[in-house]
Design a binder for this molecule. Structure first.
Ligand code: KG4
Ligand code: ZN
Length: 334
């Protein structure tokens, strides 16, 4: 069979990225221009600033990607683009670039849902085995998704309020850590002790999650300690929080794996970079005797390689968009 090269473009939040992936599994080149240094002064992503940065970066990122791959647009089979969910203004920049290239070079435009992208970051690691469960944990999502075949997604459960990454970032802010606080909490948690008592979120029989109560509990605890002039033991608070957050995820995941008789698990999204979560997933899958995959750190957070990989399977599935494709903040993965 002829090799298929997909150019992926991602600009849904604060990373401008382009990547070329061969046959949905072999990453050729990925360029990621991160805006973290710009947004951290504001404690989070400022949508208007993000859009402007994407405008500045997008052409360079795509050009550099083709240059480094020593490829011409003529050699690309299709362009995969994140159409949503994300910041509308940011999404639009990548989308317009993709539409323009598709029009000029007469290449198919393949629409990719951002979460499908995170899931398919794992196809850059090893081939999927079905049926599988995908645990998606990012700044905007916390979901358990079942896949019985390629590019077919069934949501079993998700967060009822905040996403886990969002909760990490807010807890970090309370402790006084810079955005994005997730990785910093993770680091602190490794040297801390679980000495603070925090409530276990949504300890029920569903596959759903809830993080707003846990977030509020940490905020209240920090305020109370400060009012009493007590020192907050940051590492211990990070360890206590991380333990509760992660065990609430692995508890629901364990239930889904057993009830759905799953033998293959994939973990995806920015929070998949979390050391504590990686450890717990490793333990859980060993105990249940199932296989799993987690992308390398660089493909856990937003990148275009995952969009190109997902784009390959969407392309094989016959998914195409025309120039009327618009960005959507929709959460529905299909
Ligand atoms: O997937 P991603 O890049 O963006 C979204 O699609 O949301 O995820 C970003 C999120 C941020 O909330 C960040 O704090 C979190 O992933 N994150 C982590 C770690 N690395 C990134 N959270 C916990 N531990 C980490 N090591
Ligand atoms: Zn993401």
């Amino acid at each position: 069979m002829k090799d298929i090269y997909i150019l992926g473009i991602e600009s849904s939040c604060d990373e401008t990225s382009a990547s070329i992936v061969k046959n949905g599994s072999e990453e050729i080149v990925t360029i990621i221009s991160s805006q973290i240094d710009i947004h951290k002064d504001y404690g989070g992503v400022v949508p208007e600033i993000a859009s402007r940065q994407h405008v500045k970066n997008i052409t360079y990122v795509i050009e550099e990607c083709l240059e480094k791959a020593k490829m011409k647009m003529e050699e690309i089979d299709a362009i995969a683009i994140t159409y949503g969910p994300g910041l509308i203004g940011s999404l639009l920049i990548g989308l317009e670039a993709a539409k323009t290239l598709s029009f000029i070079y007469n290449k198919p435009l393949v629409p990719v849902h951002h979460i499908a992208g995170h899931i398919y970051a794992n196809s850059l690691v090893k081939p999927f085995k079905f049926p599988l469960l995908a645990l998606v944990v990012s700044g905007g999502h916390t979901e358990i998704i079942e896949m019985k075949k390629h590019y077919s997604f069934e949501k079993l459960g998700g967060t009822l309020d905040d996403a886990i990454g969002e909760c990490y970032d807010k807890v970090a802010r309370v402790i006084g850590l810079e955005y994005p606080g997730g990785p910093k909490i993770d680091k602190l948690a490794q040297i801390g002790k679980q000495t603070y008592k925090l409530p276990i979120p949504l300890n029920d029989n569903s596959y759903n999650f809830s993080f707003s109560g846990l977030k509020s509990a940490v905020i209240n605890l920090a305020h109370n300690e400060r009012q009493k002039n007590n020192e907050i033991r940051e590492a211990d608070l990070a360890a206590s929080f991380q333990n509760v957050a992660i065990s609430s995820i692995t508890k629901k995941l364990r239930k889904a794996i057993i009830e759905k008789n799953i033998k293959y698990l994939i973990v995806a999204g920015g929070v998949a970079a979390n050391y504590g979560l990686r450890n717990e997933i490793d333990k859980l899958t060993k105990e249940l005797n199932i296989e799993y995959s987690i992308p390398p750190m660089i493909f856990c957070t937003d990148n275009a390689a995952m969009i190109a990989a997902a784009g390959y399977y969407a392309y094989l599935d016959g998914r195409r968009a025309d120039l009327s494709l618009n960005s959507k903040s929709t959460d529905i993965l299909n």
